[in-house]
Design a protein around this ligand. Structure first.
Ligand SMILES: [Mn+2]
Length: 329
């Protein structure tokens, strides 16, 4: 696959790699490693672009310490790039900014294949892989290229957070590639990335999350209301999931005119990715993996409160919860 991509990029002047909105470590690492690979093999100058906010302190630390240069898509003149690669998402997925009248030339991803992706000339979509970073790490291995420290550290963290963390399970390929990059990782940088200083608003948000949580059966629901960035919603979902006797967390929040939600499940029994898709049917976008999912609903006809109510009802129905009595934590 990588040779086909290199062949396609060879004659191009300017390459743009686009991550998904509010980028997570997997999409950031995949974009960064691919950028460096195109630089090493073809001497290409590549730009990485994103939309939204890099919210999580861990992700900001990773961008800083691994020296990852990322630009806001809205500040770039996309027409000046003659090759567009999208990583860790696909057009129409709802979490990626679609450039008007511009289909990506290449898509590298590990989510379920979307119909619109067939319009792109190059597609490397491996739905059984735990992370997109695994795919890019394989490109290095295939070409016999040793990743530099920053690339290896980013790839390691990208693979880890999407697999061994709260993401989907991990396959043999994920384990092989995390082992492949491990000898070149900077342990010092990795420790700093995994335990960064956290801003005060993070702790304020924890306080709010605890106050707003209610338990129905084994599901914990939490409405954060207005939040600073989408990552905080996912962070609170992970945090609350550690509560004993809770099987599932559902955290919602509002950013500008959109209701975001995060859904987590302790085991892979329910495949929450599918649940996320079904609860937003007709009103928004959803997706994810076995234990972790999320989505968003644009607030057009319905108010935030109405959307939250609807999502909650649909979720409890999908989860088969009959006794809807609410308890405080
Ligand atoms: Mn991913």
């Amino acid at each position: 696959m990588i040779n086909k991509l290199l062949e396609a990029v060879k004659s191009k002047r300017k390459v743009l790699i686009q991550t998904h909105n509010n980028p997570d470590p997997d999409t950031i690492a995949a974009a960064f490693a691919l950028k460096n690979l195109l630089n090493v093999t073809l001497k290409k100058r590549v730009t990485i672009a994103y939309m939204g906010i890099i919210g999580r302190a861990e992700n900001r630390e990773m961008v800083k310490l691994c020296k990852i240069d990322m630009h806001l898509m809205s500040k770039l003149n996309v027409a000046r790039y003659d090759y567009l690669i999208v990583v860790d998402t696909q057009p129409g997925a709802g979490n990626v900014y679609d450039v008007k009248e511009r289909r990506p030339d290449a898509i590298i991803d590990h989510h379920n294949i979307r119909a619109a992706s067939s319009c792109s000339a190059f597609q490397d979509i491996r739905v059984h892989y735990g992370s997109t970073s695994t795919i890019v790490a394989e490109y290095y291995k295939t070409l016999n290229i040793i990743p530099d420290t920053n690339t290896a550290t980013a790839l390691y963290y990208g693979i880890k957070t999407d697999t061994f963390g709260t993401g989907r399970g991990n396959t043999q390929a994920d384990m092989d590639m995390i082992s492949y990059v491990y000898p070149y990782v900077s342990p010092g940088k990795l420790t700093k990335i995994e335990t960064p200083d956290l801003p005060r608003y993070y702790f304020k948000n924890i306080k709010k999350a605890i106050e707003q949580s209610v338990i129905i059966d084994t599901v914990l629901l939490c409405d954060l209301g207005e939040v600073r960035n989408a990552d905080l919603i996912a962070e609170m979902s992970d945090f609350l999931l550690r509560m004993r006797d809770i099987k599932c967390t559902f955290v919602v929040g509002k950013i500008e005119d959109t209701c975001f939600f995060s859904l987590r499940y302790k085991t892979s029994k329910k495949s929450v990715g599918h649940i996320a898709i079904s609860i937003v049917k007709g009103i928004g976008y959803g997706g994810g993996h076995m234990k972790s999912a999320g989505g968003q609903v644009p607030l057009r006809k319905k108010t935030y409160e109405q959307v939250v109510g609807l999502l909650k009802t649909r979720l409890l129905m999908r989860m088969g919860v009959k006794n809807t009595e609410e308890k405080n934590i």
